[in-house]
Design a protein around this ligand. Structure first.
Ligand SMILES: [Zn+2]
Length: 492
């Protein structure tokens, strides 16, 4: 019996050691951002109400994007350009302004040190249309720029004329103080972000051609979420990467013929089987690496003991965390490449067996996957179904690389963000699920980040691209001060 006791003692020692490691890791967990605070100058005085009124005016130019390669109403863009020149005279005197791809705007303020990499701020001039028939559901006419109860209403208020106006409010206020930067300051305002981003692509190509390599680029894409689901409180989320985009056509072929004598497996059967097989084999997730891992590292120290223990010991509890996070569609989308069948088509007549039916499946590619690896994954899922092929549909976008959360650029943006959050709220890196213009600057700027200090509840997000888009006057002020501090500290 002696060996049984010896075995039990060994197991006990192993369990105690495990508990010791888990506890030690839990207790030693610290917020990573605490180490890297950058000192910021006081922001210049910003007249919030006047800035909000100028945003309202910018909204009244109907700079709508409907279709890639087609500008709906070029005159509305030219009207906006003339308004900007009138509203921000100091900026237009100090910066050079170039038109790129006809309507995109590239502003450059050279720095005193030509060898220093400039900073690059991005925004876009265009807006999505308002769905016909929904105008009456808005609190104010969608292109009125009306001010009601401390909110500016109108298409583009949040996406993305708010940023554009706030950046110019910032440069104007800094220049009024006699601002002379060491680093150059570049502003790039695309005109077709909502359809193709060809304007941003052309501006990025121009910078590359001129051998201008910005220290960092900052775009829209993430904000201060007041009800972040992990902590239940406010968190400033800084986009450090964005997902790629690919649609594929899944085609199923069969013999066809008269519907009175169907074969054992029709094109419709094969297509159905293929979609189920694809959906049943999700892409790899994971909470160890990538933006999800960095997000958990940043938020972990703020959470209760049990959650902190799980996050600090992902080598042990990673599977459990992943299961919880992926239970919601929004959480799952952060962890992996998503698979969404969006179109099913085929068949001409009710009594004819189609020879081909197809589905379009839309993928949003996680940074750990690529267009090629995702295609291979999908093809492997249907390898045993005869007559099914998968090909890319349209031009796919690779996911962006993940920008560093360690360097000085991230520390600067995180510090500026921390100055404009509700008291004590943390700053954390995040993966952006949608596409922004910033993807065109990958490989041009050293790092690309996506953040505006707008305070938003998750329920408000449906207003962007939806009904009742708006921006709080207080957010306008926060954004202008944030950009001013970021430019002043970044360019010094
Ligand atoms: Zn946008």
């Amino acid at each position: 019996m002696k060996w049984v006791w010896r075995g039990l003692v060994l197991v006990l020692v192993a369990v105690l050691a495990l508990v010791g490691v888990v506890l030690a890791r839990t207790l030693m967990m610290r917020a990573p951002e605490a180490a890297a605070a950058v000192e910021l100058p006081a922001p210049p005085a910003i007249d919030e109400a006047a800035a909000a009124a100028r945003l309202g005016e910018a909204i009244r130019f109907r700079t709508i994007s409907r279709e890639a390669g087609v500008v709906d109403d070029p005159e509305s863009f030219r009207g906006l350009h003339a308004f900007l020149a009138r509203a921000y005279p100091r900026t237009h005197a100090a910066f050079t302004r170039e038109y790129v791809n006809d309507l995109s705007l590239l502003y450059t303020l050279p720095g005193s040190d030509p060898s220093a990499a400039p900073i690059l701020l991005l925004a876009h001039q265009d807006v999505v249309p308002v769905e016909a028939g929904t105008e009456g559901d808005w609190e104010a006419e969608p292109f009125s720029g009306a001010l009601i109860d401390g909110m500016v209403y109108g298409r583009g208020a949040a996406d993305d004329k708010g940023s554009l106006i706030a950046i110019l409010e910032a440069t104007e206020a800094l220049l009024a103080q006699g601002f002379t930067p060491r680093r150059g300051v570049i502003l790039a305002f695309g005109h077709d972000e909502e359809v193709s981003g060809a304007g941003a692509a052309a501006m990025a190509a121009l910078l590359r051609e001129r051998n201008i390599r910005p220290w960092f680029a900052l775009d829209e894409g993430m904000a201060v979420v007041l009800d972040e689901p992990t902590t239940g409180g406010p968190v400033a989320l800084i986009g450090v990467a964005e997902k790629g985009y690919m649609s594929v056509r899944v085609a199923a072929r069969a013999e066809g013929g008269h519907s009175s004598m169907p074969q054992a497996e029709t094109a419709a059967d094969k297509l159905a089987r293929a979609i189920i097989a694809i959906r049943a084999r999700p892409f790899r997730g994971g909470v160890q690496d990538g933006p999800a891992g960095a997000l958990l590292d940043a938020l972990g120290p703020r959470l209760g003991f049990m959650q902190r223990m799980a996050i600090a010991n992902r080598w042990l509890f990673g599977g459990l965390i992943e299961e919880q996070v992926s239970a919601s569609p929004a959480g799952d989308a952060i962890l992996r490449t998503t698979i969404a069948p969006t179109i099913l088509a085929g068949g001409a007549k009710d009594n004819i067996l189609p020879q081909e039916m197809h589905a379009i499946i839309n993928l949003r590619l996680h940074p750990r996957d690529s267009v090629a690896s995702a295609l291979a994954h999908l093809r492997a899922s249907v390898a045993d179904i005869d007559g099914v092929t998968i090909e890319p549909e349209g031009a796919p976008n690779e996911p962006s690389p993940v920008s560093s959360t360690q360097g000085e650029a991230y520390a600067l943006i995180a510090s500026a963000a921390a100055a404009h959050v509700p008291e004590g709220a943390p700053v954390a890196p995040m993966l952006v699920l949608a596409a922004t213009d910033s993807r065109h600057y990958v490989g041009v700027a050293e790092n690309v980040y996506r953040f505006q200090p707008v305070w938003a509840r998750r329920a408000d997000l449906s207003r962007v691209h939806g009904t009742g888009e708006r921006l709080a006057v207080a957010d306008m002020g926060r954004m202008a001060r944030f950009y001013a501090q970021l430019i002043a500290a970044g360019a010094r």
